[in-house]
Design a protein around this ligand. Structure first.
Ligand code: RET
Length: 258
């Protein structure tokens, strides 16, 4: 296959899939991110910081497995679409996102200190967004595919609304440090996540304007930024440390500090 701009890639495994180069690079970057966060978190004893580390390490860890399965072609299926023939669909992405997007949102919810109902609603709507996106990707007519995209995008708008209003307002009670970090992470999340539905609709799942090579590359860059880049900003911040103005533990020995 002649590599053109819209079919960017390199068939590393020699099985006729030029996008494997991007899936291979994605696997390595996710693995590096996972180990980097593990090493950074090794000696951390602060209880709150350990929560953020646990969540933030799991995110690229899960993505490493998903990317490896796509690299080897396990996380790939073919869908017959009326008028378009057989489409290659990497469904392992959705398995990755179903677990990692709630974890990323959980990081934001912990920073904002919102209540359980808010956390549950946000994560529920987020899961709905991913599952309806998957149904769209597996649908056999363009009308069905576009309809599911719309349903998923409406769920996404709810997620955005929650982040930009409810989480931001809840954070008003928190320290300057936490608020600054949360605001930065919400902006990063809102911008990067917005690119996903756009890429899906112009890519092979939607209108097919962008080929599978470019689409795979773009999703890889987005995934690495939204997971590893996000984790980098979060874990570097002092905002993840337990409240300095929290009341002193009343009984000696109940402290979790070293
Ligand atoms: C889909 C389907 C089409 C409509 C919408 C989508 C949204 C996907 C998003 C994914 C975010 C993934 C992240 C992954 C890794 O860190 C499912 C593409 C709205 C927002 C952040």
């Amino acid at each position: 296959m002649e590599p053109t701009v819209l079919q960017a890639g390199f068939d590393v495994l020699g099985d006729g899939r030029p996008e494997t180069i991007w899936l291979g690079i994605g696997t390595l970057l996710m693995l590096l991110g996972t180990f980097y966060f593990i090493v950074r978190g090794w000696g951390v004893t602060d209880r709150e910081a350990r929560e953020y580390y646990a969540i933030t390490i799991l995110v690229p860890g899960i993505a490493t497995a998903a990317y490896l399965s796509m690299f080897f072609g396990t996380g790939l299926t073919e869908v017959e679409v009326v008028g378009r023939g057989a489409l290659d669909i990497y469904y392992a992405r959705y398995a990755d996102w179903l677990f990692t997007t709630p974890l990323l949102l959980l990081d934001l919810c912990l920073l904002a200190k919102v209540d359980r109902v808010t956390i549950g609603t946000l994560i529920g709507v987020d899961a709905l967004m991913i599952v309806t996106g998957l149904v769209g990707a597996l649908s056999q007519t363009q009308l069905a595919r576009y309809s599911w995209w719309l349903v998923s995008t409406i769920a996404f708008l709810f997620v955005l609304y929650y982040l930009l209003t409810i989480l931001r307002n809840a954070a008003k009670e928190r320290s300057d440090e936490v608020r600054a970090t949360l605001n930065k992470l919400i902006v990063i999340t809102a911008v990067l996540w917005t690119a996903y539905p756009i890429l899906w609709i112009v890519g092979t799942e939607g209108a097919g304007i962008v080929g599978l090579g470019v689409e795979t590359l773009a999703f890889m860059v987005l995934d690495v930024s939204a997971k590893v880049g996000f984790g980098f900003v979060l874990l570097r911040s002092r905002a993840i440390l337990g409240d300095t103005d929290a009341p002193e533990p009343s009984t000696a020995g109940s402290s979790t500090a070293d």
